[in-house]
Design a protein around this ligand. Structure first.
Ligand SMILES: [Zn+2]
Length: 322
């Protein structure tokens, strides 16, 4: 009797722990987003650089480094020489100024500390501010900082998404095909492909009937649209995690879908087809399916990774919504 009550006490304790744990984790995650947004808006008020650009730079850099903790608020990093000025290693703002460093004091402690989020944001926004405040000025400022077109493009697109949805907590996702249609897929990533030499299959093929609606899986911006020898009518969307989502072999596009357009999960992009493997308009050389590919950019190069586990996850999310 005694041992049994101890036993049930344990079960109650374990249950309480499990039940309390999930909401606390969710709350902590929201708090990080809240903290970020507050700092972006404070920095924007100080520099007149719109908060969504400051947020997009931080978001971009968060995807680049492998050692970022989940609860780390700000992720922007600066080259030492740029921050302190060549030959200086002091955080003293007067010394930094003397050595022509860019490091600035955002939190009012008279130190410019590159590991302090407020200092880092204020420094980045001040750097951009030197070029002006219009979208075009900020684009030039970003180019002068990163000197890479894809980086500037990604930050610009992420800023557009943040501005449009007036939020940085954009975690909703969708499955790329309407789940009430018939479809099938298995993990085909890395399979060999014969056409056009020895290529590796960089994606997952989801087989479905002609005309099945194809949807955006994420928040993002249409980066590319049009014909491609292998992909046929394809469309590419850059999300806010420096990931490019590639949809190929479409029968056609949804009316009004164009490059530069902001999309959200579930927005219809086009229809399943079997286009590709020839000149524009070629169709029917293989059964109709959606080829779905994902490419990650780390600030230097882009590489393909396996979308299959993500598709499984988004499929579960879509089913839970119904
Ligand atoms: Zn494929």
């Amino acid at each position: 009797m005694y041992t049994r009550s101890i036993h049930s006490l344990y079960i109650v304790l374990i249950l309480m722990f499990c039940l309390s744990n999930t909401p606390v984790e969710a709350q902590e995650q929201e708090t990080v987003y809240d903290k970020r947004l507050a700092l972006y808006k404070k920095t924007a008020a100080l520099t007149q650089i719109p908060w969504y650009y400051i947020a997009a730079v931080d978001q971009y850099e968060r995807q680049i480094y492998k050692d970022i903790e989940d609860d780390q608020v700000i992720s922007i990093r600066f080259p030492s020489d740029l921050w302190y000025g060549a030959g200086n290693n002091s955080m003293d703002i007067k010394k930094i100024e003397f050595f022509d460093g860019k490091g600035k004091d955002g939190n009012g402690d008279n130190k410019a500390d590159p590991s302090d989020g407020e200092d880092a944001l204020y420094t980045m926004a001040s750097f951009l501010q030197e070029y002006g405040h219009t979208e075009e000025d900020i684009k030039i400022g970003l180019w002068n900082y990163y000197k890479r077109d894809l980086t500037v493009q990604t930050i610009k697109n992420t800023a557009k998404v943040f501005k449009k949805f007036n939020d940085i907590y954009l975690t909703d996702r969708d499955f790329p095909l309407a789940i009430n249609h018939t479809y099938s897929y298995r993990n085909t990533w890395g399979d060999r492909r014969g056409f056009g030499g020895n290529r590796i299959h960089e994606g997952t093929d989801i087989f479905a009937d002609y005309g099945t609606p194809v949807k955006s899986t994420t928040y993002g911006v249409v980066e590319l649209k049009g014909w491609n020898l292998y992909g046929g009518w394809r469309i590419g969307i850059r999300d806010i995690y420096n990931i490019y989502h590639y949809y190929a072999h479409l029968a056609g596009y949804q009316d009004g879908v164009k490059v530069g357009q902001i999309v959200k999960p579930g927005d219809v992009l086009g229809k399943v087809g079997s286009t590709g493997y020839g000149p524009p308009g070629t169709s029917g050389k293989f059964p109709p399916h959606l080829h779905y590919g994902m490419y990650k950019d780390n600030g230097y190069s882009e590489w393909s990774f396996d979308p299959y586990p993500y598709l499984k996850k988004w499929e579960r999310m879509a089913k839970n919504k119904n």
